[in-house]
Write a new protein. Structure first.
Length: 134
């Protein structure tokens, strides 16, 4: 009896549609499932972005510019023009380096970030339900 069962399992009919094959065919035939999945992923990403708004933000920027000819590299506010002040030429260079740092943190925003976070979480749950419906 066991050998008959093993033989039957070994010689399964390949024309039978398994659950895995049915899902693969549905995904290939119905792009609405892929669209619903993409919308769910987007809603989850939006919820993560809304959650990140509660954290402090630090922005660092830098640039390096190389000129063909020497260029003024410091701000020029005035030339020394007094009789006792010697004339000093402003600094020129071919490379200009600039940088900036900017830090912000919102302490209190009257519940705006919290409500935005709740809305995006609910949208993510809704998109998950829509995926299940598709």
């Amino acid at each position: 009896m066991i050998t008959t069962l093993l033989f039957a399992l070994a010689t399964q009919d390949t024309s039978v549609l398994t659950l895995g094959r049915a899902v693969e065919r549905a995904l290939a035939q119905y792009p609405s499932v892929a669209v619903a999945r993409a919308l769910r992923d987007r809603a989850v990403a939006d919820a993560g972005e809304a959650r990140s708004q509660r954290l402090p933000r630090l922005v660092l920027e830098g640039s390096a510019t190389r000129f063909q000819e020497p260029y003024l590299v410091y701000p020029l506010h005035e030339f020394p023009t007094g009789p006792t002040t010697p004339f000093v030429a402003p600094p020129f260079d071919r490379t200009l380096l600039q940088g900036s740092a900017f830090a912000t943190w919102t302490v209190f925003d009257f519940g705006q970030r919290g409500s935005r976070l709740r809305a995006t979480r609910l949208a993510a749950e809704a998109s998950g339900a829509a995926l299940g419906a598709v």
